[in-house]
Design a protein around this ligand. Sequence first.
Ligand code: MLT
Length: 407
Amino acid sequence: MFAVNDNFSSLPASYLFSEVARRVQAYTEAHPEADVIRMGIGDVTRPLCPAVIDALHRAVDDEGAAATFHGYGPEQGYSFLASKIASHDYRSRGIDISEDEIFISDGAKSDTGNIGDILSPDCRVAVTDPVYPVYVDTNVMAGRAGTLQPDGRWSNIEYLPCTTDNGFVPQLPSSSPDVIYLCYPNNPTGTVLTREELEKWVEYCRRNGALLLFDAAYEAFVRTPGIPRSIYEIEGAKEVAIEFRSFSKTAGFTGIRLGYTVVPHELKGRGADGSPVALNPLWRRRQTTKFNGASYITQRGAEALYTPEGERQSRETVDYYLANARIMLDSLREAGYECTGGVDSPYVWIKTPDHLSSWEFFDLLLNRYNIVGTPGSGFGPSGEGYFRLTAFNTRENTVRAMSRLRL
Ligand code: MLT
């Protein structure tokens, strides 16, 4: 018989959010009358905004007429969208990013998972802990993670704890990793890093020849003045960082899928002979070979976000979720919970009460209050004893969930 990629055998049996969904399904089957409020996976509830809907309708009509029909598009995305991303998301904020440094895709999850294709299997990796599980799991799949230790850590990954003990601010690594994943505003803790903190990371990567994989999927939630929304706001970052962005949480594209990745021309790794190799052409080669581009219709929909109405409407949507987060923070604190996040982020990170484990608290919330959240331990060993709730539900459900917790 043929051999399989054995790295998969060492992974936990199921992906975190699939496991949560499985347990919730078992519960609702056993209790069909239960009015379960879902605050687990960060899926949005607000519909696409009118500017996007109009653009999507027009794009559907384009596809129905021979003169305007689009088949395969450019694998890295249409210029009509990439040019707007470059000008609105970067150049208008004083960041010099050009269209050919932008790679439009079906979302940041795919890109943060696929980026390892252009890195050596020998790269040593560091992640903050807790962390979005895709970063770790995809490195396990690629054989970079080593073996799973009894403490839940992979032997070849450096974990940088972010807990109440250090105010959720990760220390610089001690093991000289080649690749570092940072996600800010952070999933799952909902915290942000200041400019000074981010400067330390860029400086570290420049000094040590490390690559910074910066996941900015939640940048639209930043409202605190001075908190960077892009890693490229930090001087020198273009030489060390790849940035991932998403339209999912910003504009409700979790279902229709769209994101983009910025790979600056200046960013170079090392080839086998020690010579510098630019990552931009490598990622282009990867995408053109393995990806046929996000759909024309979806990209037209996203283009509408860069009109004045689209900008206003999507900002209103983000504000709506941020107001939910405010309600959650206030209610949870009033009820005696210790929590963080929820200010520049849609995620509220709660310390479990009474030393309950993350999964015990998950069961308690589901069984007693019919509220679904995500157990912190699913995001890594330092997530044990914590729990994540999202602000992406409706206002009504958010208020109802909070009043259940206050009882
Ligand atoms: C989350 O809940 O962490 C996110 O929704 C997952 C994702 O974006 O893939």
